[in-house]
Design a protein around this ligand. Structure first.
Ligand code: NAD
Ligand code: UDX
Length: 480
């Protein structure tokens, strides 16, 4: 029986390995982590991450050929293939702070693999890493390996949160990069055979190591760039009376462009886009390519602009002050169908409103109060731009309360903001919400979840990203 061990039981390691175990009953899969609470949760009925369909997959194989354990060294020593799926956040201090990837966790995992290995292994980069990381890992492994053969592969993960299981079951492609030596090609073939249990062969792409590493950063940069492009258009739509949904639809009908990922929003969030673009920017700068670095930096700048613009719209339309006004925050996760709040635009929007002394009542179906409090007070590393939206002070947290549902969050509120596109928000009873709010009642839709015309008929003043403005908003010019 082939044995796989995955170091890192997070958003990627957990679901990816669960799907490998499900699709390859002949392979034993161990997912290991240094975090005890995480592993306990993976072994319980309350998995540590919310992901539609994940419970089902885990239930089918846990205890059969899928195991979650804190015994990292034992499982690594026994494995034929070791995936490394540890976190690779942006460095917050020292050389490259604010941009470069922090590879501390990766390096310590590599040193441990070298230490405990007694047989040849394929080591697979699953984490997103800078180009040429495989070379550094190879050096660590070979300098510490006591003659054991390691083959390094790059196999970046393209799943998106909220649709991870469906993405893993039916990936657009699986990318495997390896050394172009006989041993390297053999290792690529071994990993290819794992995926070939369920992924059609033509979707398994093989490349050299550096192409695989760079393709992951490039894919995330392209995706984020699409969102910044449509968000930049959304500002122009508001200024001209065009409707960004209609523009996206018309643009996306061009088969060369395609319809996906053209939804204007309050900004992209998530643990990957900003981090991976900053990483790309740093690599460009290190390679003497400042123009290329600046090009990609602007994708993040537009994203920051979009979040700041949203806050400014709220404040300016409510007579230039939200001080003491209750604002219902509907949705805090960075997208629907996840409880993940990493880099969620809700953090910046809420902080911006707190600086202006708003009273926030926050509701999200999957995010805990504790998590929101942590997010609002956490020191966020400022990468380059002027700080528009400051971290909330512990005293500002007194302005924050938490609601059980959207109705409670909006009761007696002056305004409500949609910051995550949860499906349940589409079917809210807006007449009931309107009746229970202060007047004039404002809706600020950062996700285009509401129908502005219907809400205006009820009596709301509605601001929807990229949509034609109400007369009210036209009369209250915002500094954007
Ligand atoms: P995560 O923070 O959810 O999980 C990482 C896990 O690794 C943590 O549980 C941590 O305790 C563990 N860990 C760290 N060092 C360890 C060590 N030395 N030994 C054992 N365990 C260790 O991170 P994630 O979201 O799963 O992301 C992992 C990697 O995958 C990152 O490089 C990320 O960029 C990339 N990625 C993430 C996504 C996503 O949607 N989250 C998608 C594609 C790629
Ligand atoms: C992303 C990539 O999609 C995935 O391939 C990669 O492996 C990890 O990073 P993820 O961050 O989980 O996945 O979610 P994604 O669906 O890409 O959304 C990222 C952010 O962009 C969210 O905040 C989402 O709301 C926003 N978004 C997405 C938009 O604002 N508009 C869109 O049209 C699409």
């Amino acid at each position: 029986m082939v044995k796989i061990c995955c170091i890192g039981a997070g958003y990627v390691g957990g679901p990816t390995m669960a799907v490998i175990a499900l699709k390859c009953p002949s392979i034993e899969v161990a997912v290991v982590d240094i975090s005890q609470p995480r592993i306990s949760a993976w072994n319980s009925d309350h998995l540590p991450i919310y992901e539609p369909g994940l419970d089902d997959v885990v239930k089918q194989c846990r205890g059969k050929n899928l195991f979650f354990s804190n015994d990292v060294e034992k499982h690594v020593a026994e494995a034929d293939i070791v995936f490394v799926s540890v976190n690779t956040p942006t460095k917050s201090q020292g050389l490259g702070a604010g941009k470069a990837a922090d590879l501390t966790y990766w390096e310590s995992a590599a040193r441990m693999i070298a230490d405990v290995s007694k047989s040849a292994k394929i080591v697979v980069e699953k984490s997103t890493v800078p180009v040429k990381t495989a070379e550094a890992i190879e050096k660590i492994l070979t300098h510490n390996s006591k003659g054991i053969n390691f083959q390094i592969l790059s196999n970046p993960e393209f799943l998106a949160e909220g649709t991870a299981i469906q993405d893993l079951f039916n990936p657009d492609r699986v990318l495997i990069g390896g050394r172009e030596t006989p041993e390297g090609l053999k290792a690529v073939q071994t990993l290819k055979e794992v995926y070939a249990h369920w992924v059609p062969e033509e979707r398994i792409i093989c490349s050299n190591l550096w192409s695989a590493e760079l393709s992951k950063l490039a894919a995330n940069a392209f995706l984020a760039q699409r969102i910044s492009s449509v968000n930049a258009m959304s500002a122009l739509c508001e200024a001209t009376g065009a409707d960004v949904s209609q523009v996206s639809h018309a643009v996306g009908k061009d088969t060369r462009i395609g319809p996906k990922f053209l939804n204007a929003s309050v900004g992209f969030g998530g643990s990957c886009f900003q981090k991976d673009i900053l990483n790309l920017v740093y690599i460009c700068e290190c390679n003497g390519l400042p123009e290329v670095a600046n090009y990609w930096k602007h994708v993040i700048k537009i994203n920051d602009y979009q979040k700041a613009r949203f806050v400014n719209r709220i404040v300016s339309s409510m007579f230039n002050t939200v001080s003491g006004k209750k604002i219902g925050i509907l949705g805090f996760a960075f997208k629907k169908d996840t409880g993940d709040t990493r880099e969620t635009p809700a953090i910046d929007v809420c902080r911006g409103l707190l600086v202006d002394k708003a009273q926030l009542s926050i509701y999200d179906p999957q995010v805990s109060q504790d998590q929101i409090q942590k997010d609002l007070t956490m020191v966020k590393f400022d990468w380059e731009h002027p700080v528009l939206l400051k971290p909330a002070s512990p005293t500002a947290l007194k302005q924050v309360s938490f609601a059980w549902d959207a109705y409670e969050a909006s009761k007696d509120a002056h305004g409500i903001c949609f910051l995550t596109e949860w499906d349940e928000f589409k079917t809210l009873d807006f007449q009931k919400i309107y009746d229970n709010m202060q007047k004039p009642a404002f809706v600020f839709d950062g996700r285009n979840v509401v129908n502005p015309d219907k809400l205006r008929q009820i009596g709301f003043i509605v601001y929807s990203i990229g949509k034609p403005l109400d007369q009210w908003l036209k009369d209250m010019p915002a500094v954007l």
